[in-house]
Design a protein around this ligand. Structure first.
Ligand SMILES: Nc1ncnc2c1ncn2[C@@H]1O[C@H](COP(=O)(O)OP(=O)(O)OP(=O)(O)O)[C@@H](O)[C@H]1O
Ligand SMILES: [Mg+2]
Length: 312
């Protein structure tokens, strides 16, 4: 695998006071869909701006496809498509005319433009709307046109700021599926910056969690989850009338249990399978009343909440 994005010690201090990005080290491989997560002000957009060569790092560097973003921004631009949070189109022009304009701006040879537009529109399922004015488009259609707009230049990498913001779940899913298809079929690498965790979780195999300019967690979603759940995929929480030591020992000896924590009348059992039945049976055998049982999965939501618990 080739690294498409490499950030080394990447730092941005605005006005000599605000550290927006703080000695970031991050590598993204070609063909990945990477999710950049974090609350407002965490530094996500600043990373993207440095990646695109639109602002200079105070320290460290970032490169895209081997090109230094600060020194070779035009080369970076030639391989990167960027979708800002709000894509602007000429509302009174057709989808086709808008894309034609983008193609011209990107200096695509004239004879290639019609084919590229058709290909891009077909990839986002907007071929039938080619001659329609953009002002008649729904939000989801505009978002898809935004994707077509960056596909015109056949990028290796697409940076997408808040891809599903403001879209209803059905349209959001269409956008995510489009991203997945483009990744699988055309090998395009995506970096998605988002607050919408459940959305990111659907398409990103790996995420980076930003907080105050630092990467506080990074890795495949399931591994991040496992770290938090003490090495297991699930955490089962049980409320009991009483918690005798023999019971704890019995639960610990069940096959598949990784650990058992006790906090007053509450047990917290970490395991890699859903062992609720086995545990319930063990508790019943001891004739102990169970007042509650809950299973938590390593959902990204949990991971995220855990990281930002203190900040909210
Ligand atoms: N041009 C600027 N001048 C001064 N400070 C800035 C500038 N741009 C961003 N900042 C500050 O840098 C920090 C990081 O901002 P950034 O926009 O990168 O965060 P973000 O993660 O993209 O947030 P959001 O989720 O709200 O888009 C914030 O404290 C912000 O106020
Ligand atoms: Mg931002």
């Amino acid at each position: 695998m080739n690294n498409i994005i490499v950030a080394e010690n990447l730092t941005k201090i605005y006005d000599q006071t605000t550290t927006a990005v703080d000695h970031l080290n991050l590598t993204i491989e070609e063909g990945e869909i990477f999710g950049l997560l974090g609350p407002n002000g965490a530094g996500k957009s600043t990373i993207i701006l440095m990646l695109l060569g639109l602002t200079e790092p105070t320290e460290g560097k970032i490169s895209v496809a081997g090109f230094n973003s600060t020194r070779e921004p035009l080369k970076v631009k030639s391989v990167t498509g960027y979708l800002p949070e709000k894509v602007g189109f000429y509302e009174d022009m057709t989808a086709y005319a808008n894309l034609f304009y983008t193609a011209e701006l990107n200096r695509i040879p004239y004879r290639e433009i019609p084919d590229r537009i058709d290909k891009a529109l077909s990839l986002v399922n907007l071929s039938p709307n080619k001659r329609q004015k953009v002002k008649t488009f729904s939000k989801g259609m505009k978002q898809r046109l935004g994707i077509a707009d960056v596909l015109i230049k056949e990028p290796k990498l697409v940076i997408f700021d808040e891809p599903t913001e403001g879209l209803d779940p059905k349209v959001a899913n269409q956008i995510l599926n489009t991203i997945l298809d483009l990744n699988r079929e055309n090998g395009i690498t995506f970096v998605l910056s988002s607050h919408q965790l459940n959305m990111v979780q659907k398409v990103c195999a790996r995420v980076g969690i930003m907080s105050h300019g630092k990467l506080v967690g990074e890795g495949p979603i399931d591994e991040l989850g496992r770290d938090i759940f003490g090495g297991g995929k699930y955490r089962i929480e049980i409320e009991l009338a009483r918690v005798p030591d023999e019971l704890i020992a019995k639960i610990k000896s069940l096959p598949g249990i990784i650990s058992v924590g006790v906090d007053g009348s509450r047990l917290s059992v970490v395991c890699n399978e859903d062992l609720r039945e086995d545990i319930s049976r063990t508790i019943a055998k001891e004739a102990i009343i169970m007042t509650g049982m809950d299973i938590k999965q390593d959902a990204l939501e949990e991971i995220y909440l855990r990281y930002f618990k203190e900040e909210e």
